[in-house]
Write a protein that binds this ligand. Sequence first.
Ligand code: NG6
Ligand code: CA
Length: 518
Amino acid sequence: MWETTAWAAIEESNTRRPNIVIIIADDLGYGDLGCYGASAIPTPNIDQLCRSGLKLNRCYATASTCTPTRYSMLTGEYAFRERVRKTSILDGDSPLAIDPARPTLPSILREAGYHTALVGKWHLGIGDGVKRVDLNQFVGPGPLEIGFDEAFYIPATVDRVPCVFIENHAVAKLDPQDPISISYTKPVGTEPTGRDHPELLKYRGDKQHSDTIINGISRIGYMTGGQAARWTDEDISDVLANRAKQVIAAPREKPFFLLLGAHDPHVPRLPHPRYVGKSGCGRRGDCIVQFDALVGEVVAALKAANILDETLIFITSDNGPVLHDGYDDGALETVGEHRPAGPLRGGKYHVYEGGCRVPGIVHWPGKVALGESEELFALVDLPATLPRLAGVKNLPANLGADALDLSPVLLGEKATAPRQHVILQGVGPGRAIVGPRWKFLPATHQDRRSAAQRNADRQDRRHVDVPVYADALYDLTVDASETNNLAAKNPEVVSSLRQELARGLGEEWAEMSTGGAD
Ligand code: NG6
Ligand code: CA
């Protein structure tokens, strides 16, 4: 009977479509996991996935900070192209950075019949930019307007107000008798700040991190009200794990897509007490152990639901690592021999490899070739790549043009049309272009430092050498640590990469100058 045949066809295509889980850590470095060479931090759950999956050795976050990387991961477009909506590091009261009219990774999957869920860090703004979002009313437009069916999320960063979770279109657990108000410009309410009451702090923050104290941590920005809705930092990872498990265990006919944005190991670093001291390198390491446990919980939930084998898991990070990031949490002092970026130079905020090259682990039993891949892959490719793996034949014509379908790379095969280069976005004017062999960083600043200062900056473990002061060219095949500048010796390579970068950056290139910016 034709009905039976039709059903069979649907059934068959359904069973072939994997669930998709992206677990994206916040500020996790290329050297922070056991499977990427860390020895001081036990990450057994992730290492196990890596052993039974694929390890990408050239996976790039398209930026060295959160918002632009996440923007490109969802839209398929480099964030520097977005000329209207701000896509640098957003505050907790910034409007939505993604135009709801454009296709996104979740909206494409939703169209293809997936249930789409966001749990955890968002950091892409809320609101239409016309009217300020009132956290006591409808909280949106946000994730639900750009393709998610459900969302339980951290609006910006955990060091920024508002320190509450948003569930779909409302602040979770908000008591209407205790309305929330926040500001990034002027104090609101009467609660103590870190500036005035350092004695109330678990540890001190710098100037920017010294506004309202919440749970013993002074934040960026002021907040009053919403007591019942405030998160407890030590419980955030557990809260996210429980939400992720609910998404995984919910009975439904459709496959699902879960974007799980962890907070760890971003600041403030307050691991749950059961992880304190569990790494050999202080709080930051303990937070990575906690992140590994979160991954373990997701895997356990998938196993319990008997769907681990039909789920594609992708583990990555939004940008490279940083030790001191605004709080005196001891990260610098306790890091010991651990190298968060592994052998790579720089970290968060940099266009050096340490800022943008991140872990990339793909797990999909029976589908992904085991082992390692040296192919270039960028998180901006996910909106073209994952839908293909989900069986989507035709991607929307207006999908961000920077996304390449690199499904062969995620399957561990050699790409027939490989990525030739990735453009990396640092803070301010920092930009770089990286290919399979060469990496070019154009000078964007004038070096006014003394030789002694220059040397001190180079040694500084807080990675203060953010600006690139002279054109730099590195051969990554022999110098992954970007120490030997070959620009002067290879003018023709510099010139062709400069052109490539200019072409990639488009109108932005014209606005960039090589002199004087600080
Ligand atoms: C910076 C914060 C830093 C962190 C970062 C965002 C200061 C001095 N530093 O502005 O602590 O929150 O923004 O990190 O304010 S990201 O990973 O979300 O991009
Ligand atoms: Ca980040």
